[in-house]
Design a protein around this ligand. Sequence first.
Ligand code: 1HN
Length: 348
Amino acid sequence: MEAAQNEVQQAFTAKMQAKHITPLWTIANRIVMREPTPKIPSVFWNYQRDIRPYILEAADIITAAEAHRRVLVLNNPELKHGATHTLTCAIQAIKGGEIAPAHRHSQAALRFVIEGEGAYTAVNGERIYMHQGDFIVTPAWTWHDHGKESDGIMIWLDGLDVPLVNHLGATFSDDYEGDGHFPQSRPPHDSFSRYGSGMLPLAPITQRSSPVFAYPYERTRAALENLRKANDWDACHGLKLKFANPATGDWVMPTIATFAQLLPKGFKTAPYRSTEATVVMAAEGTGKATVGEQTYTLGKNDIFVVPNWTWWQVEASDDLVLLSYSDRAALEKLDLWREQRANEPLQL
Ligand code: 1HN
């Protein structure tokens, strides 16, 4: 408890203010809470209503070259930047004939592909052609450019750890000099060919992120569908898989954890909370999500935020596939990840 201050104590506190010194007993409650107190609310964006019309309009009023990245950032109302206090969520579009020039930054990035065909993301000169539902990895400090040779527009979700890395004061970035493309260094999808089949090259793998840059939706969906037969449902998660680094079994990136989840028609998850903050996109199906006090109706490509330490549950109206990313990979490294399931005591 913070002690109520008498006049002498108040004067003492005030006198030190200019020197930037504060007695701990006046602030203890606010800096060491009993349990996490989320500083951000949950947020929801309906893709068809809140996102798609604006990203299409952006595609009419600015070129990818002019914008560098034609990206709309989905912000939490409590933050200047960020869907959560740690994670960015944004929507990017690219049109036929455009390129988004190569750059790199100390923030890690991922893509969940929303709609269109034919655009690629190039990671260190390896092109990955994107399809709806694919999960694409852009590890920190890798050169990446995006392009589209065929007509039509392509739209995807960008997830990054911008607020986390900025908060830690560790941001660097760099633009690639030249025509915008980082030179193609490997055949398209080379990382998947080498590392994505359940077999690995004999040479040691030294990078800290997954050597695979693309997790095609076809494979994600098949993994979920095949596991349905095991009938091994988790009360809080339905069937939830993590995307894994095939060399280590660890998360795909050091800071961001990524997941795919299947809730069969009629399944309702039990309430669950953890210290991670999560951004969720409904890749397929319909349902309802309750996050804290808010309830959202979910359709394809709708996006919502689950703040840290907030109870949430999801109900599937028909088979519902969720793609999500969270700061769990960073929290685990700091030994700060905790979880609680409904009706279970908190184990700290
Ligand atoms: C960024 O660099 C990309 O490279 C996309 O495609 C979205 C959102 C915030 C900050 C940097 C990209 C981004 C971003």
